[in-house]
Ligand binder design. Structure first.
Ligand SMILES: Nc1ncnc2c1ncn2[C@@H]1O[C@H](COP(=O)(O)OP(=O)(O)OP(=O)(O)O)[C@@H](O)[C@H]1O
Ligand SMILES: [Mg+2]
Length: 254
């Protein structure tokens, strides 16, 4: 069964329609990347899947239940790590555990979750650092740990590695794959980077400029993919052409 099941999701503002009839299913342990032109509604779709925004048509089911607001088992991370500068890494990671709609955790449970999350992202040594003492990659690890502390079954990531240098980004991509494998979270990654999508995803979907999902590719090249540029090359060209076509279509109808 799909963990996330978006059916015919649409979102219209009075002045414009952003999403139209989007169907998207994600299974536990599956990583789906969303590519699409700027303004095509990728972040909007993630906010809807996170229960932060209600679609104006269609419905989202999580674990078979209609989504009616944010849920503790669905975590969303943004491009900006959004760490609170006055709290240590540890307290940032634990922040929010007491607020979400979940059964209250004891202090020991909270501490246990924070430690496990910091461990998973390799930040245990920096638990008492302040955000100003972190590199960009460490800050993204902390943001990911904050999501993981909630023990999400669904992980939604909005261009989380966009601001990182190439080497750090490659590290984070490897970490993401480990996290998905270890937690079996159904994961949706919004990215601008076709290569990133090809490296980490089981499936790549393209959100067109008109706010509809226009194409999907299954990526079956086995890991580690970084060494298999040739196997991915054909798919890369196909996706790039589809993306260019959808951007061109967006321009003519804008
Ligand atoms: N409150 C709002 N009222 C009207 N339009 C909005 C509102 N919020 C977002 N939009 C519009 O929705 C569209 C989609 O925005 P969204 O942020 O989802 O795009 P995106 O695909 O994530 O773009 P990017 O790749 O640049 O991050 C944009 O054109 C934006 O202007
Ligand atoms: Mg966006």
């Amino acid at each position: 069964m799909s963990l996330v099941d978006a059916r015919g999701v649409g979102l219209s503002y009075p002045e414009r329609t952003v999403l139209r009839g989007v169907d998207l299913r994600v299974r536990a342990g599956e990583l789906v990347s969303i590519l699409g032109p700027s303004g095509s509604g990728k972040s909007t779709l993630l906010r809807i899947l996170a229960g932060m925004l209600k679609p104006t048509s269609g419905q989202v089911f999580v674990d078979g239940t209609p989504l009616d607001g944010p849920r503790p088992d669905v975590a969303l991370a943004f491009q900006d790590p959004c760490l609170l500068p006055w709290l240590s890494v540890e307290r940032n990671v634990g922040f929010g555990l007491g607020f979400s709609r979940q059964s209250p955790l004891t202090r020991a449970e909270r501490r246990g979750r924070v430690s496990a999350a910091l461990d998973e992202v390799g930040l245990s040594h920096a638990r008492s650092y302040m955000p100003s003492q972190l590199s960009g990659g460490m800050a993204q690890r902390a943001a990911l740990a904050r999501c993981l502390a909630r023990q999400p079954r669904t992980l939604l990531l909005d261009e989380p590695f966009g601001a990182l240098d190439e080497v750090t980004r490659a590290d984070m991509q490897r970490l993401l794959l480990e996290v998905v494998r270890d937690t079996q979270a159904g994961t949706v990654l919004v990215t601008h980077d076709i290569d990133e999508a090809l490296l980490v995803s089981d499936r790549v979907v393209l959100l067109g400029a008109q706010g509809t999902l226009i194409e999907q590719w299954r990526v079956t090249v086995p890991a580690p993919r970084a060494a298999q540029v040739h196997a991915l090359g054909v798919l890369r060209i196909e996706i790039l052409e589809a993306l260019q076509a959808s951007m061109a279509a967006g321009k003519t109808t804008a």
